[in-house]
Design a binder for this molecule. Structure first.
Ligand code: FAD
Length: 287
C-alpha cells in the first residue's frame, strides 16, 4: 500500500515508530512489541535504521516485512545515506524489493566522528532523487524539523531544503519530536508559505524518564517548555507519577493538534506498547 493515500480521506492519520532490538538483545523482543502495537491498528508502523548505516544489517527490513506480512499493517522502512555508498544503496533497494517494501523514509542520517561519512550522498534530497530513479514504485517520506535542524544555519535555509526534498520526490513528511505545539504551528505556516504541499505528520514522544528526555533533546535540539519542565522536576523521583503526567502531556498535545487540523500524528513509541496503548485509546475517537 502507498502510505501517501492514507492522507486522502480527510481524517487524521495515526502512525507509530519502533526501533530494532539493540545488538545484544533477543530479536523476539521486537515481536512482543509489534504484537502490542499492531493490535491497536495504527495506519502504519515505521522502523528506524541503525545510525552508522551498516548495509549488512537487514533488521529494519526484516521487521518491516514482519509488520506487513504478519500483522497486515503498512510498514515504512527508515533508511539513511550518509554512511552508505552507491553500491550499498543498490543492495538496499534490492533488499526492499525482495521484502516487498514500497514505503521508505529517506534520511541523511547523523554525521558522527566515529563513522566518517561516505562521499556518494551528502543530503537526503540526493538519496530521494536516486531512489526515485532506481525504484520509482517506492513512496518516499522524509524528515522535517519544527524547531529547525541543528546543523542548519537558518529556519529559511532548512525549510527551503525541505522543499527541495519534496521537489526530488518526497510525498510525505514526519516531524522531529517537539513539546510545544506553537512551534509546530509556526513551522507549518512557513512550509505553506514556501509552497510545500505534502502532508506533515507531527512527531509526538510520550517521555517516561527525565534522564531519557534530557538525552534525547540534547541530540535532536528540541526545547522543553516550562510546563513540561515543571512536570519533570516535580516527579523525577516517582516513576509512576512521571509516566502518568507525561502520558497526559502527550495526550493534551495530540488533542490540540487534531483540533488544529494536523495531517497526522506519528507516535515515537520507544518500543513501549503499554504507553502507546494508553495514548491511543485516549485519542482514537478524535481521529
Ligand atoms: P537532510 O534533509 O539532508 O538535512 C540535513 C541538514 O542539511 C539540514 O540542516 C538541512 O537544512 C541541510 N541541507 C539539506 N540539503 C542541503 C543542501 N543541498 N545544501 C546545504 N544544506 C542542506 N536517523 C537515523 O540514523 N536512523 C533513523 O531511522 C532516523 N529516523 C528519523 C526519523 C525522523 C522522523 C526524524 C525527524 C529523524 C530521523 N533520524 C534518523 C535522524 C536524522 O537522520 C537526522 O536528523 C539527520 O541529521 C538529518 O537527516 P535528514 O534526512 O533530515 O537530512
Amino acid at each position: 500500500m502507498n502510505i501517501r493515500e492514507l492522507f486522502n480521506n480527510g481524517r487524521t492519520v495515526f502512525s507509530m515508530e519502533v526501533f530494532p532490538p539493540k545488538k545484544h538483545d533477543p530479536v523476539s523482543e521486537i515481536f512482543s512489541t509489534l504484537n502490542g502495537l499492531a493490535g491497536l491498528d495504527p495506519d502504519f508502523i515505521s522502523c528506524t535504521y541503525g545510525a552508522g548505516g551498516n548495509p549488512a544489517d537487514t533488521s529494519t527490513i526484516d521487521i518491516c516485512r514482519e509488520i506487513s506480512e504478519k500483522f497486515g499493517t503498512p510498514a515504512v522502512a527508515h533508511f539513511t545515506c550518509v554512511n552508505n555508498s552507491r553500491t550499498d544503496i543498490d543492495t538496499a533497494v534490492e533488499n526492499f524489493r525482495a521484502a516487498g517494501i514500497s514505503n521508505v523514509l529517506a534520511l541523511r542520517g547523523d554525521i558522527s566522528d566515529k563513522t566518517p561519512p561516505k562521499d556518494d550522498f551528502r543530503y537526503a534530497s540526493e538519496l530521494i532523487t536516486y531512489l526515485k530513479q532506481k525504484a520509482p514504485y517506492i513512496t518516499i517520506s522524509a524528515a522535517c524539523y519544527p524547531e529547525t535542524h541543528p546543523d542548519s544555519p537558518s529556519v529559511v535555509s532548512d525549510i527551503l531544503h525541505m522543499k527541495e526534498k519534496e521537489e526530488c520526490g518526497a510525498e510525505h513528511f514526519i516531524s522531529q519530536l517537539f513539546f510545544n505545539n506553537e512551534d509546530f504551528y509556526t513551522f507549518r505556516e512557513k512550509t505553506l508559505i514556501a509552497g510545500i504541499k505534502s502532508p506533515i505528520e507531527a512527531g509526538i514522544m510520550p517521555v517516561t524518564s527525565k534522564a531519557g528526555i534530557l538525552r534525547m533533546v540534547s541530540m535532536c535540539g528540541a526545547s522543553i517548555p516550562k510546563k513540561l519542565s515543571r512536570i519533570l522536576n516535580r516527579y523525577e523521583n516517582d516513576e509512576l507519577a512521571l509516566r502518568d503526567a507525561c502520558i497526559a502531556y502527550a495526550i493534551d498535545q495530540i488533542n490540540d493538534l487534531i483540533a488544529n487540523d494536523v495531517d497526522g500524528i506519528h507516535l515515537y513509541t520507544m518500543n513501549k506498547p503499554e504507553i502507546a496503548q494508553r495514548v491511543y485509546s485516549a485519542v482514537k475517537n478524535l481521529l
